[in-house]
Design a protein around this ligand. Structure first.
Ligand SMILES: Cc1ncc(C[n+]2csc(CCOP(=O)(O)OP(=O)(O)O)c2C)c(N)n1
Ligand SMILES: [Mg+2]
Length: 893
């Protein structure tokens, strides 16, 4: 085993002396308890370290259960009934997948994930997980996505789901009662609370959920002191960087309301998680090092007598040296192989099992399949104070599937079982299905009045009702009227400000509103100073569960770095994934806590959809509400920063998210209208959507809101400035964000030099324009004999009397979203390509979106459409305006 280069401890030079030390320790342990013994041990270690010796602090404990058999609490439930119920759930979960694939090959589903986790879930369902009617409130439970069939099967056995629903597992659109493949609140809004199937997201979301529960408590918004967050995680899933990326937050914040159960079935999809190592030991060291309470549940009760006889530690040593790949093989090969290979390593080990049959050896349970061991771990976890707990439970993937897949590398994808395999499964778990019925793999529910049915009902009632359950009980919140944003509507006069600064002031105003302000949750990933939000630190405080234990260096300044237990701001540090997880927790509190908390998450727009788009997708699935503010937006407006920072496509990405309203405002008054509307829609009208708004850091005087612009701002476009005079030609310039200023310059240029009277439109949301037009078009398609519907966009552009040229700080596809409905076509300018570092002026010239390019493009569009503008005029204009086009487009460079 030891052909690696791990340093080994020295050999024992004086065994007698060693024995004396060990005896002393043993004496203290027995006479004065573990705490005293540990204390002495740590003092010895400290002293050695202080003397200059290299003391290693091993992060691993031996490969055995953390809770010894002697310390196991009695099991509070009826083990026999629970076993029968568990078996029925196993059967139904398996039947769901097998049936679905029998009827429609390829429809998919997973048997073996839940097969390995059934005991982990069932002990929790019967004794730990609280439903929403529990006096202290429900727990928040993240179920492993691929284990969904087991959760549905339990709901069926409980009588919550009708049989019809199970028949439509993974067939959601062809049956009224379809069940979604995985936990999706969007698809089953009364059932699932948390989307978990994109692996790695549930772990990080659960950490921030637990922290958010604390935040609500510390701010006095809700007593969450007895609510827990449970996350069931796959061992393979821990390879996702998001899974382990935030675990130190949980220990730093002392989240003893958080419990993770890692189902260590040693396998992922393709094969072993750590064939050459031990995933449980690896995770133990990581979590221990990160400050978590670690409870290992490795061996079931059948191993206890053997461990009790293991005076010399031979068995524990053997358990520790065998790698996971072998453990998997013992499952597949059976008892005889395990005897020879595992116990056969030493004659003394062989002797331990000499009275055991091969069959007995094969059936010796792994810890995660033994309800007593699992119960002991859960109980210790909920009683543990001051740290989050992770339970590392060893199980067998595909447990109970026998030759159909138990422990095999193909098991993750196993969806079919032949009659022989079904019979074995049925018999093994004692499911009351006859041989004749086997072929149809019937579902089975214990009849009403049976002991199983009664037990199920009684347990869930005692635990506070059904689970999972998503329940929305929040009340409408009165949101501020537009008049309360008057100063922003009136503009900034001559003072140059940016929309980011405008936002910072609006956020300040909202936070300061009596009653309303407390609902806000500002979230920042270490960029408050970049966005001009540092004034909020002192005024509203940065949330810290333990307050501020030090005097900040800037204490004497007005805006010092103030941390407080009731602080309102979530300053997340450099973690967009973590900040978004906080956004999700706050944005879904209307469902999880019946509270209207309003997240304002402000970040570098480049590090939003691009960096953590999958979490935004999960937020939408979860029906989270709130504001995502993509600041320092625009490929050219964020000058200097270059390729990795300059965002010119988040609006394109946002357009693919069904429930996100995406806005790209140019002026402070636009932002005020959008924010006010968003607050009203999400919190007063309780619509389920969220907002993505880009903010820029270019300063210019903010004009007052033109008359009658309000509706257009919300609908996506309005005429900001009509052509000041009549000209020989007409054109329409569509501009967004700071590029409206370039359009205004182009308007002047076109009129002065070329006699073109162009109207300047501010387009605040291409996405809104497009979606509403698609809706009208679709309605018309299905109602050809009725008067057609006309969208706001269509009504607006119907009146266009000249070509249409669009410009924004985003890629062309963003404005081209509305091309199909512009009668004379749309010529789009945009920032396709990688960003560069330079000044705004140079960048806009480079990307061909400045006023001069806009003017030439407009002349070209007029020429193309048969207006009296010759090709020569266009060419000459380019020359006169100093444009020297490169043959290569910016996206090729
Ligand atoms: C982000 C992501 N990548 C890949 C997948 C596909 N996938 C689904 S389950 C699975 C293996 C899961 O292994 P593990 O986490 O150990 O769970 P187990 O089924 O063994 O309990 C994979 C790769 C996914 N769902 N999400
Ligand atoms: Mg696994």
């Amino acid at each position: 085993m030891s052909d690696d280069e791990t340093p080994r401890p020295q050999s024992d030079a004086d065994p007698e002396e060693t024995r004396e030390w060990l005896d002393s320790l043993e004496y203290v342990f027995k006479a004065k308890g573990a705490d005293r013994a540990t204390y002495l041990f740590e003092r010895l270690r400290d002293r050695l370290g202080a003397s200059g010796a290299q003391v290693s602090a091993p992060l691993n404990t031996p490969y055995i259960n953390t809770i010894p058999a002697a310390q196991e609490p009695p099991y509070p439930g009826n083990l026999e009934i629970e076993r029968r119920i568990r078996s029925l759930i196993r059967w139904n979960a398996m039947a769901m997948v097998v049936k679905a694939n029998k009827q429609h090959q390829g429809i998919g589903g997973h048997i073996s994930t839940f097969a390995s986790a059934a005991t982990l879930y069932e002990v929790a369902f019967n004794h730990f997980l609280h439903g929403k009617d529990a006096p202290q409130g429900g727990d928040q439970v993240y179920f492993q996505g691929h284990g969904a069939p087991g959760v549905y099967a339990r709901s069926y056995v409980e009588g919550r789901l009708p049989e019809e629903a199970l028949h439509h597992f993974r067939r959601e659109v062809s049956g009224a009662q379809g069940l979604s493949s995985y936990p999706h609140p969007w698809l089953l809004p009364d059932y699932w609370e948390f989307p978990t199937v994109s692996m790695g997201l549930a772990p990080i979301m659960s950490i921030y959920q637990a922290r958010f529960n604390r935040y609500l408590h510390d701010r006095g918004l809700k007593d969450t002191s007895a609510q827990r967050v449970w996350a069931f995680v796959g061992d393979g899933e821990t390879d996702e960087p998001e899974s382990l990326g935030a675990i130190t937050l949980a220990s730093r914040e002392r989240l003893d309301n958080l419990i993770w159960v890692v189902n260590c079935n040693l396998q992922r999809l393709d094969g072993p998680v750590r064939g050459n190592g031990k995933i449980i030991q690896e995770l133990e060291a990581i979590f221990r090092g990160a400050g978590w309470n670690v409870i290992k549940v490795i061996w079931g009760r059948h191993w206890d007598p053997l461990l009790a006889q293991d005076d010399e530690g031979l068995l524990v040593k053997r358990m520790g040296e065998v790698v996971d790949g072998w453990y998997q093989k013992y499952t597949v090969e059976g008892g005889a192989f395990a005897r020879t290979h595992f116990f056969g390593a030493d004659p003394r080990l062989l002797k331990l099992v000499e009275t055991y049959s091969d069959e007995q050896i094969h059936k010796m349970l792994r810890g995660g399949h033994d309800p007593r061991k699992v119960y002991a771990a859960y109980k210790a976890a909920i009683e543990h104070k001051g740290q989050p707990t992770v339970i590392l439970a060893k199980t067998i993937k595909g447990y109970g599937l026998g030759e159909a897949g138990e422990g095999r590398n193909i098991t993750h994808q196993q969806k079919k079982m032949n009659e022989h395999e079904l019979r074995e499964f049925r018999t093994r778990f004692g499911v009351p299905v006859s041989d004749e019925q086997l072929g149809s793999t019937p579902f089975f529910r214990p009849p009403a009045g049976s002991p199983e049915a009664a037990y199920l009902v009684e347990r869930r009632k005692a635990m506070g009702g059904p689970l999972p359950e998503r329940r929305v009980k929040v009340e409408s919140l009165q949101t501020p009227a537009l008049e309360q944003f008057k100063e922003f509507i009136e503009g900034s006069g001559d003072r140059a400000v940016s929309t980011t600064m405008g936002f910072a002031r609006m956020l300040g105003r909202l936070l300061g509103m009596k009653e309303f302000g407390k609902h806000l949750v500002p979230i920042i990933p270490d960029e408050a100073r970049t966005f001009g939000l540092e004034a909020l630190f002192r005024q509203y405080g940065i949330y810290s569960h333990i307050g501020q234990l030090y005097e900040p260096v800037d204490k004497s300044s007005l805006l010092y770095y103030f941390e407080a237990k009731n602080g309102q701001i979530l300053e997340e540090g450099i973690t967009e994934a973590g900040a978004l997880s906080s956004f999700i927790a706050a944005g879904s509190a209307y469902a999880t806590h019946a509270l209207n908390t309003i997240p304002f998450y402000i970040f570098y727009s480049m590090f939003g959809f691009q960096r953590v788009g999958d979490l935004i997708w999960a937020a939408s699935d979860m029906r989270a509400r709130g504001f995502l503010l993509g600041a320092t937006a625009g490929r050219t407006t964020l000058e200097g920063e270059g390729l990795q920072h300059q965002d010119g496509h988040s609006h394109l990405l946002a357009s693919a998210f069904p429930t996100i309203a995406a806005y790209d405002p140019a002026f402070m008054f636009e932002l005020a209208v959008i924010l006010q509307d968003g607050l009203k829609r999400m919190y007063q009208d309780q619509e389920e959507l969220s907002y993505y708004i880009t903010l820029y850091n270019e300063s210019y005087p903010m004009p007052p809101m033109p008359a009658n612009a309000e509706e257009g701002i919300r609908e996506g476009m309005y005429r900001f400035q009509a052509a000041p005079e009549k000209g020989k030609h007409r054109a329409h310039l569509l501009a967004s964000g700071p590029l409206v200023n370039e359009a205004l310059k182009a308007q002047e240029l076109l009129l002065q030099r070329y006699g073109v009277a162009a109207d300047v439109w501010s387009v605040t949301s291409y996405k809104t324009l497009r979606v509403k037009t698609l809706e009208a078009e679709r309605w018309n398609l299905w109602h050809p004999d009725e008067p057609p519907r006309v969208s706001y966009l269509q009504k607006t552009v119907q009146r266009f009397d000249g070509p249409c040229v669009a410009v924004s700080d985003y890629v062309r596809l963003v404005s081209q979203q509305i091309s199909p409905w512009i009668p004379s076509g749309l010529l789009a300018l945009g920032t396709d390509g990688f960003g560069r570092s330079d000044t705004r002026k140079a960048l806009r010239r480079y990307f061909e979106i400045d006023a001069e390019h806009l003017a030439v493009a407009t002349l070209y569009a007029l020429h193309q459409q048969g207006a009296k503008v010759t090709a020569q005029t266009v060419r000459q204009a380019a020359q006169d305006l100093g444009l020297a086009p490169d043959d290569q487009a910016p996206w090729q460079r």
